[in-house]
Design a protein around this ligand. Structure first.
Ligand code: PNS
Length: 159
């Protein structure tokens, strides 16, 4: 199976990394696809997010990191594999992701979405929480990969 794991990854968390490791283990190739949405305020540029993810995934030979603009349903037409992986932490995620999956299927009938339950250790983790805690001076070192933690500290020091 060739799979695509799309998201904002602003920044990538250990919860995302858990899904990436588990999805890579059952895929021939996994493409991590970062949405490039200039309308959305972000902490990290898309290039910074690509660099952080590539570094964090360097031990995973079947994982590629790229970015896309516009609709996911169109992006997946251009890459090998039509299977989209979504991590699901709770009922609220499921409701939202299920709706997205239905829309994506309507837009591109070849897409299959697979939901992967978040591991219990990461079921509360989100990029938004990481950013909020970090900006307020809290310790996020156990929530993100080490290279991402260093980048967050650099980013906050510049603010
Ligand atoms: O990490 P996120 O922010 O939950 O990721 C959401 C993402 C990027 C996967 C989702 O917003 C997406 O696929 N956006 C692309 C635009 C699109 O295709 N919209 C769906 C129409 S229902």
């Amino acid at each position: 199976m060739n799979a695509i794991y799309p998201g904002s990854f602003d920044p990538v968390t250990l919860g995302h990394m858990d899904i990436i490791h588990r999805a890579a283990a059952i895929s021939k190739k996994l493409t991590v696809a970062i949405l490039n949405n200039p309308a959305k305020k972000s902490m990290f540029t898309v290039d910074e997010r690509i660099d952080m993810l590539r570094y964090a995934c360097q031990t995973l030979p079947n994982v590629d990191v790229t970015s896309f603009r516009g609709m996911l349903a169109e992006f997946v037409r251009g890459v090998e594999g039509q299977v989209v992986i979504k991590g699901v932490r709770n009922n609220r995620d499921f409701e939202y992701e299920n709706q997205m999956a239905q829309f994506n299927k309507m837009l591109n009938n070849n897409i299959e979405t697979l939901f992967m339950p978040a591991s219990t250790a990461f079921s509360l983790l989100s990029s938004s929480a990481v950013k909020e805690i970090a900006v307020l001076g809290g310790d996020v070192s156990k929530m993100v990969p080490q290279n991402v933690y260093n980048k967050i500290l650099q980013k906050i020091a510049k603010v």
